[in-house]
Design a binder for this molecule. Structure first.
Ligand SMILES: [Fe+2]
Ligand SMILES: [Fe+2]
Length: 354
């Protein structure tokens, strides 16, 4: 087990064994996730090094591939996704060692899988049935790219802009590669200080894309401004409606949807129906673009017609019909009977199961 020095880089690491004072008093138990307060405590006790579990990795992608192969019959499309995931991991990690690769490297990974997944909707549906946090950042990048090109199509933008949005989505969080791993991969909630560091991924992303051969100002702005909100409540510049390019507004919707559906920290997930409901709420509160959300929410709901889901009551149902007025509350079949979720408002679709 690796020994790590007792300093702030320990935050977020997990102890491999119980830790005692010289007098034999238990200081911290095995499997404790180290916080800043723990570091201070250890330093006061003059502990110089501790045994940690080497856990700061995003996973190998094996978990993702075995789940996808079980869920999805079209093995060619699954193989394309898994391969793209591997290449994304390599290329993103390369950034931490050498400079920014040229934009072509990213495009060659992304476009094949984006095309396959928009044609083969089964894969797209199953992306939100996956369990666990394996390869989260890379998966999130691929998924947001796919979602962004999808929204651009729904908005009837031309092919050039559709391709641009795919790349913008794929690269929007690339700045996270410059955020320390102990913050990026910390299990549990970030402290205020850690969150302030995490927020810098927007500025880092802008810088990386500006350095990239083939990267444009608008592409870099998409990384910089994807956490801005129309009412000025976002970051890093608290911009408002008119000063946020429409491309960044699309990105904000796709990013929020994927983040809600595949929550890394709590390892539980929210169903696409619940996520769509949350996006709609955000749009009504004036933070997201209403037109973009309306297009997207309706499409997502229609995509899941025929899918199996679990309700908040624990019952398994099949999605039968999407209503025009409230796409997020469809008609479902429970055993032999139909249930209109517009009327049973206490019930929600908690999880997609196939
Ligand atoms: Fe982000
Ligand atoms: Fe993101």
């Amino acid at each position: 087990m690796p020994l790590a020095p007792v300093d702030l880089s320990l935050i977020g690491q997990v102890l491999a064994a119980d830790l005692y004072t010289e007098q034999g008093i238990l200081l911290l138990g095995q499997n404790t996730t180290i916080t800043a307060a723990h570091v201070i405590l250890l330093q006061k006790q003059r502990v110089r090094e501790v045994d940690i579990i080497q856990s700061l990795t995003e996973g190998t992608g094996k978990e993702v591939s075995s789940q996808l192969f079980q869920l999805e019959a079209d093995s060619e499309t699954v193989a394309a996704y898994v391969q793209a995931l591997d290449k994304t991991r390599l290329l993103f990690d390369e950034l931490t060692v050498s400079g920014a690769p040229s934009l072509d490297h990213f495009s060659s990974i992304f476009f094949d899988v984006a095309e396959k997944s928009t044609k083969h909707l089964g894969l797209f549906r199953n992306l939100y049935v996956l369990e666990g946090a394996d390869s989260y950042t890379y998966r999130h990048s691929l998924n947001v790219g796919i979602l962004c090109s999808l929204i651009a199509r729904l908005m009837k933008w031309d092919e050039e802009r559709v391709a641009f949005m795919g790349t913008a989505g794929f690269l929007h969080d690339i700045g996270k590669m410059r955020v320390p791993k102990e913050i990026l991969l910390k299990p549990g909630k970030l402290s205020a200080e850690e969150f302030a560091i995490m927020k810098k991924h927007t500025v880092y992303g802008y810088e990386i894309i500006r350095e990239m051969k083939g990267g444009s100002e608008l592409l870099a702005l998409c990384a910089l401004l994807h956490h801005e909100r129309l009412d000025g409540s976002g970051y890093p510049e608290q911009r408002k409606v008119d000063s946020i390019p429409i491309e960044c507004q699309v990105l904000a919707v796709a990013d929020m949807f994927d983040a809600i559906c595949s929550d890394r920290v709590y390892k539980g997930r929210t169903s696409p129906f619940e996520a769509a409901q949350l996006l709609w709420k955000e749009a009504c509160n004036g933070t997201l673009n209403v037109e973009i959300v309306a297009h997207f929410v309706r499409y997502i709901a229609l995509l899941y017609v025929g899918a199996k889901a679990r309700l908040s009551s624990g019952e398994e149902v099949e999605v039968i019909l999407i209503h025009q007025d409230e796409p997020m509350r469809p008609l479902v079949r429970r055993m032999g009977e139909f249930l209109d979720l517009r009327h049973d408002r206490k019930l929600t679709i908690e999880k997609m199961i196939g």
